[in-house]
Design a protein around this ligand. Structure first.
Ligand code: ASP
Length: 356
């Protein structure tokens, strides 16, 4: 009898052990589940949209664009991978493109009619809906950094012109001599446009800043939208605006809701294109609103806003965006858009033309 009882005891001990699930295999299963549950992250950038055609591009210029897009996206990805914030990734990525003369932002900014450079930028934090923007500054080396300062260290959302530069000095932001922004390529573009404007005026007196040639001479605004491991979204945009702009014209890039928008409930968006249309269509916010109020996917919202709404008004350009689940949109209705995307696995997509 004793023997039977001890046998039953041993059997019940073995059974209990199985039920409690303390076996090495279960441990492995849990950690597998945990690692597949790792929070996702990712980022997407643009370097401007327009009539970017392969036939107008040299191999070396194309390589240069691809290299800088890759450098910028890697910098942002590294920050996100190492638990940095979406906002840190956005600014680091944009700084690299601002410092490159290839893009119409920072160093490569286009010229105004008066042969100066006036820079605009904005950022938005999707967690707090805080935002910062600057417009028409002429001496700020990295305008996106000043937009972050406005967001974090002022009571305002947007500062402009010399006032923004005085604020920059109080915050230790780097100022440069306006000469810093001179590049031969952009200066020559301005001269070509002025020449053309003169010819058109000579002919029928109707030179317009919406001339197709003129509107296409603005490529290279830069922007980034990022999702970090904490589930926070952020977006930023930086530009020199449009070549030959005058009267302190300001485009969509520094306007929250048009050029930049981020909301943790939906997505983060950065725009590029013909600013007057992007302001009127409130592009970046509209994409977020379609997701929030209509339940649209990011893909559908971006497609509808860029093609139906902006296109319907006669405007052109594009956006990059990432949603709270890491889905990405790179939508444009122009011939091309400099763009790149990297997800949590480090998969990289780089594109320039409509069909790659
Ligand atoms: N959206 C910018 C502006 O209108 C220009 C651009 O993105 O190319 O100022």
């Amino acid at each position: 009898m004793k023997k039977i009882l001890s046998l039953l005891l041993i059997l019940s001990l073995i059974w209990g052990c199985k039920e409690s699930g303390n076996e090495p295999g279960d441990q492995a299963l849990n950690s597998t589940t945990e690692s597949s549950d790792e929070p996702t992250f990712g980022l997407v950038i643009h370097g401007g949209a327009g009539t970017i055609l392969k036939k107008n591009m040299t191999d070396s210029l194309e390589q240069a664009y691809r290299a800088i897009l890759e450098e910028a996206i890697h910098a942002g990805h590294e920050i996100l991978k190492n638990d940095g914030t979406a906002m840190e990734a956005v600014t680091a990525t944009i700084n690299i493109m601002e410092d490159s003369s290839l893009f119409n932002a920072g160093k490569g900014a286009v010229f105004t009619h008066e042969e100066t450079n006036e820079l605009d930028a904005s950022v938005m934090d999707g967690a707090t809906l805080n935002a910062g923007a600057i417009a028409g500054v002429t001496r700020i080396k990295n305008p996106i950094d000043l937009a972050v300062e406005v967001m974090n260290n002022s009571d305002h959302v947007m500062l402009a012109g010399t006032g923004a530069e005085v604020f920059a000095q109080t915050r230790g932001i780097e100022l440069v001599d306006p000469e810093y922004f001179y590049t031969e390529r952009r200066f020559n573009s301005l001269q070509r446009i002025k020449e053309r404007e003169k010819t058109e005026l000579d002919h029928d007196g109707t030179a317009s800043s919406f001339d197709p040639f003129i509107k296409d001479s603005k490529f290279g605004t830069v922007g980034c939208a990022a999702l970090d491991k904490q589930g926070n979204l952020a977006a930023g945009t930086s530009t020199g605006g449009m070549t030959n702009k005058r009267w302190n014209r300001i485009g969509d890039a520094p306007i929250i809701g048009a050029g930049t928008y981020a909301n943790n409930a939906t997505c983060a968006v950065s725009s590029t294109g013909w600013g007057e249309y992007f302001i009127r269509a409130m592009v970046a916010h509209d994409i977020s609103a379609m997701m929030e109020y209509k339940g649209s996917s990011l893909e559908n919202a971006a497609h509808e806003v860029i093609h139906d709404k902006v296109g319907g008004l006669g405007g052109d350009g594009g956006i990059v965006a990432i949603d709270k689940d890491g889905n990405v949109a790179m939508e444009f209705n122009t011939a091309g858009m400099y763009r790149a995307h990297m997800n949590a696995n480090g998969d990289l997509v780089i594109g320039i033309y409509e069909k790659e």
